[in-house]
Ligand binder design. Structure first.
Ligand code: NDP
Length: 271
C-alpha cells in the first residue's frame, strides 16, 4: 500500500485522514493515509522519517506550511506565490516537489455553487497565510476588482502590491473599508473566536454571496452577518477543505475523487 500522511502540530483535529481514506475507497486506489504529529521544532525530521518509512506524499498543515516551502527542491507557481506548501510529492529521483491546493479548493467550491467570480466585485477579508494562498487562483478568475481588507492595514497593502501584476487588486485597512460587493470572502480567523470583522460600511450587492473559510458545527458570526444583509448564499469553508484535499489526491494519484459523498459525510459530523 502506498503511504501518505498529514503532518502538523496539533493534528488530532485534522479531518484529512478521514477524507483521504474515503477518497481512496471511492476511487479504488490502494493507499493508506495517517496523521503525524511533528514536534514544533521537528518538521524536517518528521518529513525525512516519513519518506524513509516509504511515504509517497504528504499534506502539511499549521504551523509548518512556510517551513515546507523551504524544504522543497521544486515549487509550483501557486506555492511560490502563496509562500506556503500544503502538498508534498516525492518524485522518482528523490526530488521533493511542493504545491499549494488551498486556492484551487476555494475556487472549485465557489464554482460548484455558481458564486460570482468573473467580472465580480470581490472583497477578501484577511491578509494571513490563507489569504495569500487564494489570491492567485481568485485573480485567475478575472474579477472586475478584488479588495483585500485587513485589521492590520499594511499587511493588506503589501499583499495587494505583491499580486498587482495578476489583476485589479487593492489593499485597505478594515477601518477604511466601504463599498458594495458581489462576493465577500472571510479569510480572517475571527470566526474561530466567535468574532466578526468590522463590516459596518460594507454592503452586499443584490444577489450577492458570502463565504467563510472557517467551518464548524454552527453558523459563524460572519455567515450570520451575510444572511442578515441579504446574501443569496453564505457557505462555510467545509467545501474548500474537501476541495483542496481532492486536488492533493489528484496530484498524487492522477485521479480526481468525487467531492459530494465526503461532504455529506462531514456535514453529518459537524451539524
Ligand atoms: P493567519 O493567522 O495567517 O491570519 C489570520 C488573519 O485573520 C489575519 O489577517 C488577522 O488580521 C485576521 N484576524 C484575526 N482575528 C481577527 C479579528 N477579530 N478581526 C479581524 N481580523 C482578524 O490565519 P490563516 O490565514 O491560516 O487562516 C485564516 C482562516 O482560514 C481560519 O479561520 C482558518 O480556519 C481558515 N482556513 C480554512 C481552510 C479551509 O480549507 N476551509 C484552509 C486554511 C485556513 P491581522 O493581520 O490584523 O492580525
Amino acid at each position: 500500500m502506498d503511504k501518505y500522511a498529514v503532518i502538523g502540530h496539533p493534528i488530532e483535529h485534522s479531518k484529512s485522514p478521514l477524507i483521504h481514506s474515503e477518497f481512496a475507497r471511492l476511487t479504488g486506489q490502494p493507499l493508506e493515509y495517517h496523521a503525524i504529529l511533528a514536534p514544533k521544532a521537528g518538521f524536517a525530521d518528521a518529513v525525512k522519517q516519513f519518506r524513509q518509512a516509504g511515504g509517497k506524499g504528504a499534506n502539511v498543515t499549521l504551523p509548518f506550511k512556510e517551513e515546507a516551502l523551504a524544504l522543497c527542491d521544486e515549487l509550483s507557481e501557486r506555492a511560490r506565490r502563496a509562500g506556503a506548501v500544503n502538498t508534498l510529492i516525492w518524485n522518482d529521483d528523490e526530488r521533493l516537489l511542493g504545491d499549494n491546493t488551498d486556492g484551487l479548493g476555494l475556487v472549485s467550491d465557489l464554482k460548484r455553487h455558481a458564486y460570482p467570480l468573473r467580472d465580480a466585485r470581490i472583497l477578501l477579508l484577511g491578509a494571513g497565510g490563507v489569504a495569500r494562498g487564494v489570491l492567485l487562483p481568485l485573480l485567475s478568475e478575472r474579477p472586475k476588482r478584488l479588495v483585500v481588507a485587513n485589521r492590520t492595514a499594511h499587511k493588506a497593502e503589501r499583499l495587494a502590491a505583491d499580486f498587482s501584476s495578476f489583476g485589479p487588486v487593492t489593499g485597505v485597512g478594515l477601518e477604511n473599508l466601504d463599498g458594495t460587493f458581489d462576493l465577500v470572502i472571510n479569510g480572517t480567523s475571527a470566526s474561530l473566536s466567535g468574532k466578526l470583522p468590522d463590516l459596518h460600511r460594507v454592503k452586499l450587492a443584490e444577489d450577492g454571496c458570502a463565504y467563510d473559510m472557517a467551518y464548524g458545527d454552527s453558523l459563524t458570526p460572519f455567515q450570520c452577518w451575510a444572511l442578515e444583509n441579504g446574501a443569496r448564499h453564505a457557505l462555510s469553508g467545509l467545501g474548500m477543505l474537501v476541495g483542496q484535499a481532492a486536488e492533493s489526491f489528484a496530484l498524487w494519484r492522477g485521479v480526481h475523487p468525487p467531492i459530494e459523498p465526503i461532504l455529506e459525510l462531514l456535514q453529518g459530523e459537524v451539524e
